[in-house]
Design a protein around this ligand. Structure first.
Ligand SMILES: [Zn+2]
Length: 93
């Protein structure tokens, strides 16, 4: 089998996210329990589930920072309001 044929997409291929590894050297996805990338032989695979979870956590942190800034803005001191004086008409008898 040629290398190109070995790397051709398999329409029936699927990987559970918990077992999916992303090769940092060639960007191919393979699955645990493989220790090395089947495409390039690299042993530098990252668990996709952890990468995606990290991205979700970054989104959460960004949201909390934005909320924190909004709360600081909402609690900012405001200038005291000056009550308008209402002149009462002089009472004459
Ligand atoms: Zn690889």
């Amino acid at each position: 089998m040629s290398t190109a044929a070995a790397l051709a997409p398999d329409p029936d291929f699927h990987v559970d996210l918990e077992y999916a590894l992303l090769c940092v050297d060639c960007s191919h996805v393979y699955q645990i329990p493989r220790q090395t990338c089947p495409a390039c032989g690299s042993g530098s695979g990252l668990q996709l589930a952890k990468i995606l979870d990290a991205e979700r956590n970054r989104e959460l942190v960004r949201g909390l920072r934005a909320l924190s800034k909004l709360l600081v803005w909402a609690k900012r001191p405001t200038k005291p309001r000056v009550a308008r004086s209402v002149e009462t008409p002089a009472v004459t008898s």
